[in-house]
Design a protein around this ligand. Structure first.
Ligand SMILES: Nc1ncnc2c1ncn2[C@@H]1O[C@H](COP(=O)(O)OP(=O)(O)OP(=O)(O)O)[C@@H](O)[C@H]1O
Ligand SMILES: [Mg+2]
Length: 312
């Protein structure tokens, strides 16, 4: 039985906003699924429905075989969530937040102590366990929420942008912790950090406009786009010199060209040498796949390419 099974799920909010439409997928146990997509894509809506925090308008969702509509208490026993923009209770200490949460979930006193201690330590909060959350920084409060979820040892973890506000080392520590949970727990996570998604995920779901645009392993997603490398220029370039050779973008940072072919890449290097430009060739990452998949989708809708300064 899969960990998550979703059939024709749709959500239309009361104001008429359609956040999800016809979403269907199945995801096995013991793996990590990352849901990525632009702001407003429907990620939080999907996670909240799976976490029994929000009712779908139509369709079906099952977590570990339990229907989120008909058996929500069975689902809740087996999941733990970090909601987007959640906040721990400000006047509880770190220790109280985690330990009391476990007691409330039905843990025995001794087990709650053991689990709380290891989760608080794993989140680097042990020294501050007697601080109230009101005395913590934003990132430290986020760590409290993550510690609460991890301490449960739940079979399914639903984490909505858990790394937001975490410093780079804390982010890596969380990701490697989640990676180690593989085989023991199923993790469904959202992030806008695509390097994180690439490192962590068994499967990545690209979602936009409430619909699944792609759903596969990071490696397969990279193979599904028509390029395998990108060329990064160190300094400004004349787009017209390269526009016949691939897709050029100047969006936020150094100019990048996705060459049409090997021959085109060689030609780019020749031109770069002639013009004394420095160009670096790198394999594409999941971020480039995002750019291709979701950018293309938007282009059809709203002349996206012109908006972001893309030339072909
Ligand atoms: N309570 C609500 N009432 C009405 N519309 C809502 C509500 N919550 C979300 N929406 C709409 O549903 C759509 C999807 O929102 P959702 O929060 O699922 O996006 P998201 O992918 O999580 O985005 P982000 O990356 O910004 O967190 C958006 O268009 C949003 O305006
Ligand atoms: Mg969200």
């Amino acid at each position: 039985m899969p960990a998550i099974e979703v059939n024709n799920l749709a959500k239309v909010y009361s104001n008429g906003a359609c956040a999800l439409s016809d979403v269907s997928f199945s995801f096995p146990r013991g793996k990590v699924l990352t849901v990525v997509g632009p702001n407003g894509a429907g990620k939080t809506t999907l996670l909240r429905i799976l976490g029994t925090n929000l009712l779908p308008t139509s369709g079906e969702a099952r977590v570990l075989g339990y229907d989120v509509l008909k058996e929500p208490s069975q689902v809740r026993l087996r999941i733990a969530m970090v909601p987007q923009e959640g906040r721990p209770e400000l006047y509880l200490t770190v220790w109280q937040s985690v330990f009391c949460y476990l007691l409330a979930r039905g843990f025995r006193w001794k087990d709650a102590r053991i689990n709380a201690e290891s989760a608080v330590k794993a989140m680097g909060l042990w020294e501050r366990r007697h601080y109230m959350s009101s005395q913590l920084s934003g990132g430290q409060r986020q760590r409290v929420l993550i510690a609460m979820a991890l301490a449960t040892g739940a079979e399914v973890l639903i984490l909505d942008e858990p790394t937001i506000g975490l410093d780079p080392i804390a982010r890596r520590e969380l990701n490697s912790f989640l990676g180690r949970l593989r085989n023991e727990a199923t993790v469904i996570i959202t992030t806008h950090m695509l390097d994180e998604a690439e490192y962590l995920s068994d499967q990545v779901m690209f979602i936009d406009g409430g619909k699944i645009q792609a759903f596969d392993s990071p490696a397969s997603l990279k193979q599904a786009v028509p390029v395998s490398e990108k060329m990064i220029f160190d300094g400004s370039v004349e787009h017209k010199d390269f526009s016949a050779l691939g897709l050029m973008t100047g969006l936020g940072g150094k100019p990048v060209l996705y060459p049409n072919s090997r021959e085109a890449a060689k030609r780019v290097i020749e031109i770069a040498l002639d013009q004394e430009l420095t160009v670096t060739v790198q394999p594409i990452t999941l971020e480039d796949v995002y750019f291709f998949m979701l950018g293309k989708h938007r282009e059809e809708e709203e002349g996206w390419k012109q908006q972001v300064g893309l030339t072909v």
